[in-house]
Design a binder for this molecule. Structure first.
Ligand SMILES: CC(C)=CCC/C(C)=C/CC/C(C)=C/CC/C(C)=C/CC/C(C)=C/CC/C(C)=C/CC/C(C)=C/COP(=O)(O)OP(=O)(O)O
Ligand SMILES: O=P(O)(O)OC[C@@H](O)CO
Ligand SMILES: [Mg+2]
Length: 227
């Protein structure tokens, strides 16, 4: 339906946080390639449906990045399924996904579903703690990327620095280690210079928190990566 291969920029909106209709409108009409709906905690079905109805007034593609079983709902263009590769517990890389397929298996349109191999790099972030992650060395990150591409054949490898700006040279190394699997970078992008830098290496950059802190600057990240 949409050409995901050409996407470069995504805004992540959190159903547990407030944004005015005016800012939601500006985000949806910014030229971003897609809106990703997701977050770590307090993600409820009500919150997801409320945000979905606000962004559905616009033509931009909308993706649910599934955080938990309770907030899964039809109505999105795509479903991104996180698999946390550097979690110490198999629950977050395999079991919860298995459970969801047991529950929703016959309702799933697999053409709309994309797995994301997550590697979470910010020890202070909620999602790192929530999913009981272990901080990998740089070589271990490269090995996770290779595992995602060559063993699991995942469409996306997501280098996640949630809330903090990451290591540009590591993003470069990861991008060099991937061929088919697309590299998503997210974390701490607050301005167009950072967006431009990370987009040199990552196939897709994700901007989240900055929309809530300084939407005017966050909106400028779109054109920065589309030059
Ligand atoms: C009815 C219908 C449409 C059915 C189809 C449903 C469907 C498409 C099913 C697919 C099958 C499937 C395998 C589903 C998986 C379900 C599931 C419960 C997955 C959980 C994934 C997971 C590991 C969650 C825990 C970690 C997490 C929340 C990851 C998301 C990524 C994230 C939030 C990163 C950090 O974001 P950030 O914005 O930085 O967070 P905060 O701002 O909140 O700190
Ligand atoms: O909120 P920020 O730090 O921009 O991170 C974006 C995204 O990678 C979160 O999953
Ligand atoms: Mg967030």
């Amino acid at each position: 339906m949409y050409n995901i291969d050409n996407w470069k920029h995504i805004f992540k909106l959190d159903p547990a946080k407030e944004l005015s209709d005016e800012i939601i409108g500006a985000v949806c009409e910014s030229g971003t390639d897609a809106i990703l709906v997701g977050g770590t905690d307090n993600i409820t079905l009500d919150g997801v449906l409320h945000l979905l109805s606000a962004v559905r007034k616009y033509t931009v593609p909308v993706i649910l990045e599934i955080s938990n079983m309770e907030s899964i709902t039809p109505g999105f263009d795509y479903y991104f399924v996180p698999m946390v590769l550097n979690s110490k517990e198999k629950k977050w890389s395999m079991d919860i996904q298995h459970e969801a397929i047991m529950e929703y298996g016959n309702m799933i349109n697999w053409q709309e579903v994309f797995a994301e191999g997550y590697c979470i790099m910010n020890e202070e972030s909620k999602v790192f703690q929530w999913t009981d992650c272990k901080l990998p060395t740089q070589d271990e990150v490269i090995a996770y990327a290779q595992l995602a591409e060559n063993l699991l054949h995942l469409p996306f490898f997501y280098l996640e620095y949630s809330g903090t700006y990451g290591d540009e040279q590591l993003v470069r190394r990861v991008s060099q280690s991937l061929n088919q699997t697309k590299l998503i970078y997210g974390g701490g992008i607050t301005n167009k210079e950072q967006a431009e830098k990370m987009a040199e290496y990552a196939d897709i950059i994700v901007v989240g928190n900055a929309l809530y802190d300084n939407p005017k600057e966050a909106l400028k990240t779109v054109q920065a990566v589309k030059k």
